[in-house]
Design a binder for this molecule. Sequence first.
Ligand code: ARG
Length: 242
Amino acid sequence: MKKILVILMVMLLAGCGAKEEQKTYVVGMSADFAPFEYRENGEIVGFDVDLAKEIEKQTGIKLELQDIAFAGLLPALQTGKIDAILSGMSVTEERKKAVNFSKPYFNVSQVIVVKEDEESIQGGEDLPGKSVGVALGTTSDTLAESIEGINLTKYNKTYEAILALNTSKIDAIILDYQQARNFVGQNPGLKILPKELAKEEYAMAIGKNNSELLETIDGALENIVGSDFYEGLLEKYIVEKK
Ligand code: ARG
């Protein structure tokens, strides 16, 4: 009997040890944001997903991806339901009050998408008085809020705004450039205005009290950004193919 107990204890301890070796963290992403995170045959894929895999490879930690609507990501992180966000999330001073950001891993800009025959909107200065759509809780949302006189509609997902624009329910959409490129590629009759509204950087968000994870991620990003692997990611998801 004693022997069995000892064996059981050893097995238990060994089990704990194995868990210690590979720490698992839950990472939230809103998989409605091609080319960074989107679904293909039901599976979440994209730039951020490949980046997560590479971070796992470099650090030995495990990142468990969880699909959460964008506006729910920060609340989920702040209440400890998830450990980090990797979702094309832009660094902002306001968000920095609530979470820590890793080193940035991608530069992007806010742009306006309108119908191809739209003449009266050339840039942000023409938006007052117009109906504009944004995805709820995004930096595009905050930006549109800051322009007085816009008739603003907030959608749960950006593609709902695209639908509204296609059917002329709204006049313009504000969104991230790479996402805009993706939508315009799929929806003939839309165009991206060349005038940018703002420049932003994507980074991972990590809970304020988790400096260990922040250090681990920053260490990995330091190696990854600019590496051959990273160039490969740009090639796979970002480079404009002619
Ligand atoms: N970059 C913008 C922001 O931080 C939009 C990100 C939306 N990401 C997503 N996976 N839907 O607010």
